[in-house]
Design a protein around this ligand. Structure first.
Ligand code: ADP
Ligand code: MG
Length: 532
């Protein structure tokens, strides 16, 4: 029995000191290495097969990491970086994870040279702060009027993904959508509804001003189109509720049964009359509408859809400026939403309801079309990324040159900065600066270029003051990427650097890992042996 087992449960696993560090760094590095080949426009895709056999083909860092279901705790922390990055900016997940991996790898070297983790952490912290400062300095400012730049941002983020063939079109749709919903440069993504339709090709993806619901009217005899729509948004069912508690109703003769049915009928007729009296000619109901209610609604010439999702109800409420009604008795004209047209349209295999000419012009829908589920999903991922990068660029109002340009310049300036520190801390800042070079290095490597030559050439350009020079993989040349339109929001880089550094230092601070009995899997150094 080991010494630990006097105090820890039997079979629990403990690793300490350098072993713990080495083990954690190795796990982090494995995660970073796994997604490295997907970086950049020439990066490869991964095919992920879930335990139930579902297949995802993607190039998207966060998607890959989430589907991989890693188990090692340090590896999980790396996945967490990707999640944060995705949530905060919607792009740059691979970059962030790779940076963290490289920061740890470099730290390992320093640890081997007997530099204490605390010194490394201090150096990394200083480098991070300085990097943020330099990033601001190197950024160009933009506003909503810079359409061309905003489109370039989308194209840069889409390049290399499955949706690349339609990047021109997507960038137009995305920029238009974000600008339409933006207020004071802040775009509320809740105003943009994404609908996925199978059928057609991805080129048919389009922006629709208004809300599109994947619902049909409940009865074909209802009007197929309603102009000057006055819309009731109702979140209670239009049906008679069954008794709440178990009640027994004894019916002794046919008349009693008829009376019972008649009563239900009268109640529903009354409800529909109230709706009609308010002036509503459309009703969107979050719950069910039963047959009798459908019958009276049809008779009243009202267009009705049922089982609308809560999320869509909220979107409809914002779009039409209608209030969501929970008590039919309180329905009035003032509570109704307005739209110019409500119309049922057949879309490929599906039937949709279009709500157009809404009172609030900020309500829009993007219809993603595609031949297969895989195509639609990949276009959706690109769409979500594109929407986030544009809104993030607008919100911060700052952009930088991509294709490794910003990383090389940051690295160069951090190296200069490191010279102002003595000994060991300087080494840590230098290693931080080196870690940034991994981005252009890998972009070149993934494109089949010589990475060392590329880095050398980039460094020379930057030493000569060409601070926006990066690798342009559309032309294969090293050039001014700000002019070439290879641009990214500053926030993508600042977030990547801060979360990579945060996780790297967090992992470095750990020198003792105690795993409970049933959680040993993946914790032991042996778990990695076959990967060496
Ligand atoms: P991430 O998950 O980090 O966003 P990507 O696979 O999307 O990873 O790659 C992003 C990197 O690719 C960024 O560094 C970006 O500047 C670079 N990039 C995008 N388009 C080009 C291009 N045309 N030429 C060179 N680099 C590009
Ligand atoms: Mg990206």
């Amino acid at each position: 029995m080991s010494r630990d087992n006097y105090v820890l449960p039997e079979n629990s696993n403990r690793t300490m000191g350098r072993d713990a560090q080495r083990n954690n760094i190795m796990a982090a590095k494995i995660v970073a290495d796994m997604i490295k080949t997907t970086l950049g426009p020439k990066g490869m895709d991964k095919m992920l097969v879930s335990s139930s056999g579902d297949i995802t083909i993607t190039n998207d860092g966060v998607t890959i990491l989430e589907e991989m279901e890693v188990e090692h705790p340090a590896a999980k922390m790396m996945v967490e970086i990707a999640r944060t990055q995705e949530k905060e900016v919607g792009d740059g997940t691979t970059t962030a994870v790779m940076l963290a991996g490289r920061l740890l790898e470099n730290a390992e070297e320093l640890l081997d040279n007997r530099i204490h983790p605390t010194t490394i952490i201090k150096g990394y912290r200083k480098a991070t702060e300085k990097a943020q400062e330099i990033l601001k300095e190197l950024s160009q400012t933009i506003t909503t009027n810079n359409d061309e730049i905003l489109r370039s941002i989308v194209k840069t983020s889409i390049t290399g993904k499955g949706a690349e063939p339609i990047k021109e079109k997507l960038s137009e749709i995305i920029v238009k959508a974000v600008k339409q919903v933006a207020e004071n440069n802040k775009a509320d993504m809740n105003n943009i509804k994404i609908v996925k339709v199978r059928g057609g090709s991805m080129e048919d993806t389009e922006l629709i001003e208004g809300i599109v619901l994947d619902k049909e009217r409940v009865n074909n005899d209802m009007p197929q189109i309603v102009r000057e729509a006055r819309i009731a948004l109702v979140d209670v069912p239009l049906e008679i509720k069954g008794p709440e508690t178990e009640t027994r109703i004894t019916i002794n003769n046919p008349e009693q049964l008829q009376g019972f049915i008649d009563r239900e009928d009268r109640i529903l007729k009354g409800i529909v009359e109230k709706i009609q009296m308010s002036g509503a000619n459309v009703i969107f109901c979050q719950k069910g509408i039963d047959d009798i209610a459908q019958y009276y609604l049809t008779k009243a010439g009202i267009y009705a859809c049922r089982r609308i999702t809560k999320n869509d109800m909220e979107k409809l409420s914002r779009a039409t400026k209608g209030k969501i009604i929970s008590n039919i008795n309180e329905i009035t004209t003032e509570l109704l939403g307005r739209a110019e047209i409500v119309e049922e349209i057949k879309e490929g295999e599906e039937i949709m309801t279009y709500v157009r000419g809404c009172k609030n012009p900020k309500a829009i829908t993007i219809m993603i079309r595609g031949g297969t589920e895989h195509v639609i999903d990949e276009v959706e991922r690109a769409m979500v990324d594109g929407l986030s990068v544009v809104s993030s660029a607008l919100k911060e109002g700052m952009i930088v040159a991509g294709g490794g340009a910003i990383e090389i310049e940051l690295s160069r300036r951090l190296r200069q900065y490191s010279q102002t520190f003595p000994g060991r801390e300087r080494l840590a800042i230098e290693r931080f600066s080196e870690a940034l070079e991994q981005i252009p290095f890998t972009l070149a490597e993934n494109a089949g270029l010589d990475p060392i030559d590329t880095i050398t050439e980039l460094k020379t350009a930057h030493d000569q003051g060409r601070r926006n020079h990066g690798l342009n993989l559309l032309t294969g040349r090293i050039e001014d990427n700000l002019q070439a339109g290879i641009i990214e929001p500053t926030k993508v880089k600042s977030q990547a650097i801060s979360s990579a550094s945060e996780v790297a230092t967090m992992i470095l601070r750990i020198d003792d890992v105690i795993a409970a009995n049933d959680n040993k899997k993946g914790m032991r150094p042996e778990a990695f042996e076959h990967l060496d």
